[in-house]
Ligand binder design. Structure first.
Ligand SMILES: Cc1ncc(COP(=O)(O)O)c(C=O)c1O
Ligand SMILES: N[C@@H](CCOP(=O)(O)O)C(=O)O
Length: 462
C-alpha cells in the first residue's frame, strides 16, 4: 500500500514513511493510492468480534507491509489495554433508533485516544527501526494535545510541541496538557485561535530546511494514520447494527467525519454522514450553501470545535473531484489567497450524496444536553450536545438507525454541563492528577518565527 498527496506533487510513499511525514512536502494531505475494499460478508463477520480484531483487519489493509501483522496486533492490544470500557467504542441507546457511540473511554477522555494510543506505538516502532529522532508539532483546540501527550510523553527520540489557543480551551483540557510530567513535552499557549495554531503548523512544514533539520511530523488528523484508526469505529457500529446507519458527527477539523468517508470507501455500510457544527459553521455553510468561507473562530461552549479552516475538507474535495490533484491544488491556492471557495454544482452534488450538515448554537446545545439528561439520566459533553441537537432535528423519510459520535467525557466540560443540567459530572480517577499537578507552559504571540525559535532552541541545542 502506497500513499499519494492530494496535491499530486509528492512521491508515493509507504504507510510508515507517511506516518513519520505527517503532511506531504507539497502541502497536500496523504491518502491511500487506492482504497482497499471489504466485501459485505467480511463487514457482516465483524459483528460480535472484539474491537481490536476489527482494528487489526481495517488498519492492516491500510498499513500494507510497513508493519507486520504481529507488530500491529501487539500495538493495538496494548493501545486499548488502558481503556475503561473493553468494548472501546460502545453503542448506547438513548431513544428509538438513536444511539450514542461512546469514544471517550481512553486515558484522556476524548475520541483522540482511540487513534493516538495506536499512533504513539507505531511512531516508536518506526523511529526505532529508522534510528532517527522526530519532532512532533501539534495544534490543539483542547483534546488532541492531551491525547498526543498521553501517547508520546516520555518516549525516547521524540520531542513533542503542542500549540493551544490561550484561554480558548476548558480549564480541565488545559490542565491535562500543562501538568504533564514529561521532559519531552512542551506546551505553547499562543495568543490567537486554533486556526492560527494550525496555520503555524502548516507554515512550518512548508519551511522545508527547518522541517528537515528537526524531522518535523504531525499527529493532527492531517496525518492519515489518524484517519485510518478512526475509520474502524464506523465499521464496528455498522456491523453491530447490521444495517447502514446515519452517523451524526460533531465536526471541527473534518477529520472524524472524513474517517466515515474513508470507512465507506472501504466498504462500511453508511447511510449518510451528517456534519454537526457549532456556530463556527463553515462546514455547514459549505455543504448547505456551496461556499466554503472562513471567518474568525468565535468561542463557544464546545471549544474543541471552534475551528474555521477544516483541514480534512481537502481530502473530501480531492475525492469529490475524482481524485484530480491539479484541481485540488488550484482550489487550495484559491482558498489560501481569498479565504473563500465557491463549490461548483457537480462537486457539491457529489459531496451531498454522502454528506449533509446542520449547525447548533450554544442555546440549542444546552437544550440538547438537558433533554438527554431529562430523558435518560445521562450527562453528555457539549460537543456531543451539538451533534445530539442535530440528531433531534433530523427529519427522516425512512427508518434508519442514527448513531451520534460521542466524542468527549462530560467531566472535561463541567461548566457547560452544569449550565444545562444543574449537575456537575463526577470526576473520573484518571483526571485527578491533571487537576492537582503544577502547570508548565510557554506563552507566545501567534507568530511562526517565535514557535520555530522555541523548537530550535530545544531540538537543535548542542
Ligand atoms: C470533543 C471533540 N469533538 C469533536 C471534535 C471535532 O472533530 P474533527 O476535528 O475531527 O472534526 C473535536 C476536535 O477535533 C473534539 O475534540
Ligand atoms: N478538536 C481538535 C482540533 C484538532 O483536531 P485534529 O483531529 O485534527 O487533531 C482538538 O481538540 O485538539
Amino acid at each position: 500500500m502506497r500513499y499519494l498527496s492530494t496535491r499530486g506533487q509528492s512521491p508515493l510513499i509507504s504507510f510508515a514513511d507517511m506516518l513519520l511525514a505527517g503532511l506531504a512536502p507539497d502541502g497536500g494531505l496523504y491518502l491511500p493510492e487506492a482504497w482497499p475494499r471489504f466485501t459485505p460478508d467480511e463487514v457482516a463477520a465483524f459483528k460480535g468480534k472484539p474491537y481490536q480484531d476489527v482494528a487489526e483487519a481495517v488498519m492492516g489493509r491500510l498499513i500494507g507491509d510497513s508493519f507486520s501483522a504481529d507488530e500491529l496486533k501487539a500495538d493495538i492490544a496494548s493501545a486499548y489495554a488502558s481503556f475503561t470500557d473493553p468494548r472501546i467504542a460502545p453503542l448506547v441507546a438513548i431513544g428509538p433508533d438513536l444511539y450514542l457511540m461512546e469514544l471517550f473511554h481512553g486515558p484522556t477522555l476524548a475520541f483522540k485516544d482511540v487513534a493516538l494510543q495506536i499512533l504513539g506505538r507505531l511512531f516508536a516502532r518506526a523511529l526505532k527501526r529508522q534510528g532517527g529522532r522526530a519532532t512532533v508539532l501539534a495544534a490543539t483546540s483542547g483534546d488532541t494535545g492531551s491525547a498526543a501527550i498521553a501517547a508520546l510523553g516520555g518516549l525516547e527520540n521524540i520531542e513533542v510541541f503542542v500549540l493551544h489557543p490561550k484561554g480558548r480551551v476548558s480549564e480541565v483540557q488545559r490542565r491535562q496538557m500543562t501538568t504533564a510530567p514529561y521532559a519531552n513535552v512542551h506546551n505553547i499557549a499562543i495568543e490567537g485561535t486554533f486556526d492560527d495554531a494550525q496555520g503555524i503548523v502548516k507554515a512550518l512544514f512548508a519551511e522545508t530546511d527547518f522541517a528537515k533539520a528537526v524531522s518535523l511530523t504531525a499527529v493532527n488528523s492531517i496525518n492519515f494514520a489518524r484517519i485510518a484508526a478512526q475509520a474502524v469505529y464506523y465499521f464496528t457500529a455498522a456491523a453491530e447494527l447490521g444495517t447502514a446507519p446515519l452517523f451524526v458527527v460533531p465536526t471541527g477539523n473534518f477529520g472524524d467525519v472524513f474517517a466515515g468517508e474513508a470507512a465507506w470507501r472501504m466498504g462500511a455500510p453508511v447511510d449518510k454522514l451528517w456534519v454537526a457544527t457549532n456556530s463556527n459553521d463553515i462546514m455547514a455553510r459549505a455543504l448547505n450553501e456551496g461556499v466554503y468561507e472562513a471567518g474568525r473562530a468565535q468561542p463557544t461552549l464546545s471549544p474543541s470545535m471552534d475551528i474555521q479552516v477544516a483541514s480534512n475538507f481537502e481530502r473530501a474535495l480531492f475525492e469529490a473531484s475524482g481524485r484530480d490533484a491539479a484541481w485540488t491544488r488550484e482550489q487550495m491556492a484559491t482558498f489560501a489567497a481569498d479565504k473563500s471557495l465557491t463549490l461548483s454544482p457537480p462537486i457539491l452534488a457529489d459531496l451531498r450524496s454522502r454528506y449533509a450538515a446542520m449547525r447548533a448554537d450554544d442555546a440549542e446545545t444546552l437544550a440538547a444536553i438537558a433533554q438527554v439528561e431529562r430523558e435518560t439520566g445521562r450527562l453528555i459533553d457539549p460537543h456531543t450536545g451539538v451533534a445530539v441537537a442535530a440528531a433531534f432535528n433530523l427529519k427522516l423519510s425512512k427508518k434508519v438507525p442514527v448513531v451520534v459520535l460521542s466524542t468527549a467525557h462530560p467531566a472535561k466540560f463541567p461548566d457547560a454541563v452544569n449550565q444545562a443540567t444543574s449537575r456537575i459530572p463526577e470526576v473520573p480517577p484518571r483526571l485527578k492528577a491533571a487537576l492537582e499537578g503544577e502547570e508548565n507552559c510557554h506563552v507566545t504571540a501567534a507568530e511562526k518565527g517565535l514557535v520555530r525559535g522555541l523548537i530550535e532552541a530545544i531540538v537543535l541545542r548542542p
